[in-house]
Design a protein around this ligand. Structure first.
Ligand SMILES: [Fe+2]
Length: 155
């Protein structure tokens, strides 16, 4: 990754994720949900392995799997909002909506970087994510506002 602009974009995505982590932690604290030491440890290791592997395997796969991961994260926020609604809790709507949309932006960013690569159709077949397949039904061009976002992620 030689490009300064690209590095800055990736850095921004990292900052967004740290911010999401902080916001999710706040919600968890509010409901006294403990942080899983096992997950903290497991994903720390996963992150380290992936970050070191980037020096070896080139950039297509890190971009691809980052995009695929983001794609799956989008609905986690919308579903969380829907579960809260079942309990009559609406105070987290704004935060959860924004985080879900942000993840979609990340997905689209990574997809944009690899969409013309010859490997993409192959990976799309095997790993079920790519130019025509997504793990969510959000369309940034035709976004629903918060009040109507309950239609998202029903499958
Ligand atoms: Fe993200």
């Amino acid at each position: 990754m030689k490009d300064k602009v690209e590095k800055a974009a990736i850095k921004q995505i990292e900052l967004d994720e740290w911010n999401h982590r902080k916001e999710v932690l706040e919600i968890m604290r509010q409901y006294s949900i403990p942080v899983s030491k096992y997950y903290e440890f497991r994903f720390h290791i996963v992150g380290k392995i992936i970050s070191y592997s980037c020096y070896i395997i080139g950039w297509f796969m890190p971009y691809y799997f980052a995009g695929r991961l983001e794609s799956g994260n989008v609905c986690e926020y919308f579903r969380m909002m829907q579960y809260f609604h079942e309990l009559g809790i609406i105070e987290h709507n704004q935060t959860l909506y924004e985080m879900g949309i942000k993840e979609k932006e990340h997905e689209i960013y990574f997809l944009g970087k690899i969409k013309n690569r010859k490997l993409l159709p192959v990976f799309e077949k095997i790993f079920s994510w790519g130019a025509t397949k997504s793990f969510n039904d959000i369309d940034l061009e035709k976004k629903y506002p918060i009040e109507e976002s309950k239609v998202y992620c029903k499958k």
